[in-house]
Design a protein around this ligand. Structure first.
Ligand code: MTE
Ligand code: CO
Length: 407
């Protein structure tokens, strides 16, 4: 009752009211007149047909072929902190490997006392854990280094997703094999045609990495590495090897392709930073944004977005509506979990004038998201990876939103 009144008042404030004799109220509608589908019409449920726009999308000119490409999470259309399984962005270097779990094998070799091979049923007999983590590709926002480019947070920031993983701590499996004291690094290798291989410091492998077989309560999706992927919480998505088939313990990093010519950051002085594993503190306003314009005119406006940090939890998000001149602390709502997405809101009265929306996140370690100029001063403009700078959306008087740069 109270909220209905509040809603009515809000609508009145915008100059609109309910039309007298609205047929949606006075006439019986089809959904009220006829019986609907019975149970089992969709043994695996799908979203409402009215949500058909909420899909992953790619940018065709970014890559030459879809088997080595990326599509993007529709962040502008989602709420809360969990990404639905069917909407998690996909990044494949050689397409999706299709593996029958009965044929699945995970090998541990190298500097271990006992080389081991696990089947799916072996993995499911170890004590398991449930953890919510974001996964962000190091190339997320990479197109925005030199200036604003892609018109929508799906494209500028959509190489991130956040789900609850179920899996066995990597530590448990390594302990089973017995890591020799000379072991300092771990090589994780995928079973797909790209045989994705990355070196991970043993310290991280023994800390919080998971060998995961489920996401959001059900088996991993094929696109996300079914039947088993590695989770490397807070670190760049490339290390989260999908279709995981082998773990080798060694005494130094391997210098594979994806940690030398790729996933290193070329600085202004010609020297490349390498082993830049951590995903730094970052945020983005998801609505309003270019794909989520303001359609209701002035009055109450919910500004919302996501913040995350590879270093832990988000302690604060500030939002500016005037391009960074003034800041207000946003409201964080929903679980605050380390290395997971955080949801923030700033509820304002929009006077209908142009806005320059920005968000700036801070994490529990005190790291603050930089402006674009601060980031470029530190890293130059050669890199495409690890762009965690502040994003600006221009909201025009007609409610349309555009990607602009205020640096
Ligand atoms: N693992 C394998 N085996 N093959 C791959 O192509 N891509 C990596 C990583 N793991 C990749 C992989 C990259 S670059 C990223 S960002 C993440 O997987 C993407 O995970 P997702 O497809 O579940 O979003
Ligand atoms: Co990636």
């Amino acid at each position: 009752m109270t909220s209905a009144l509040a809603g009515g008042a809000a609508l009145a404030a915008t100059g609109r009211s309910w039309a007298e004799g609205d047929p949606l109220i006075t006439e019986i509608q089809d959904w009220n007149r006829y019986l609907g589908d019975g149970v089992d019409a969709a043994p695996y449920g799908m979203p409402s047909a009215f949500e058909a726009d909420v899909i992953r999308r790619d940018v065709p000119w970014l890559t030459a072929d879809p088997v080595s490409s990326v599509n993007f999470t529709p962040l502008h259309a989602l709420d809360g902190i969990i990404t639905p399984n069917g909407l998690c962005f996909e990044r494949h270097h050689a397409g999706t490997a299709l593996i029958d779990p009965a044929d699945y094998r995970l090998m541990i070799n190298g500097l271990v006392d006992t080389p081991l091979v696990f089947t799916m049923s072996d993995l499911k007999r170890f004590p398991r854990e449930n953890r919510v983590y974001f996964l962000e590709c190091a190339a997320n926002s990479g197109m925005e280094w030199r200036g604003s480019q892609l018109n929508g947070c799906q494209f500028t920031h959509g190489m991130v997703h956040c789900v609850m993983y179920t899996g066995v701590p990597l530590r448990t499996l390594l302990q089973e094999a017995g890591v020799r004291t000379s072991g300092k690094w771990l090589l994780a290798e995928g079973a797909d045609a790209s045989a994705m291989t990355r070196s991970i410091p043993l310290e991280k492998a023994l800390d919080d990495c998971l060998v995961a077989f489920a996401m959001n309560g059900e088996a991993l999706r094929p696109e996300q590495g079914y039947p088993v992927r590695l989770c490397v919480p807070g670190w760049e998505g490339n290390m989260w090897v999908k279709w995981l088939r082998r773990l080798e313990v060694g005494d130094k990093p391997w210098a594979q392709r994806e940690e030398t010519s790729k996933y290193t950051d070329l600085l202004e002085n010609g020297i490349a930073r390498r082993h830049t594993f951590l995903m730094d503190v970052k945020s983005v306003i998801t609505s309003p944004s270019p794909q989520a314009p303001v359609t209701h005119g002035k009055g109450p406006l919910v500004i919302t977005g996501l913040a995350w940090s590879g270093s832990g939890t988000i302690s604060r998000v500030d939002v500016s509506i005037d391009g960074g001149r003034n800041w207000k602390t946003a409201r964080l709502d929903g679980p605050s979990l380390p290395k997971a997405l955080h949801r923030f809101y700033l509820d304002i009265e929009w006077d209908g004038s142009e806005l320059l929306l920005q968000s700036r996140a801070m994490d529990e370690k005190g790291y603050i998201q930089p402006t674009k100029d601060e980031l470029r001063a530190a890293r130059g403009v050669n890199s495409i990876y690890h762009n965690n700078s502040i994003q600006t959306w221009q909201v025009r008087q007609d409610g349309e939103v555009e990607n602009v740069e205020v640096s």
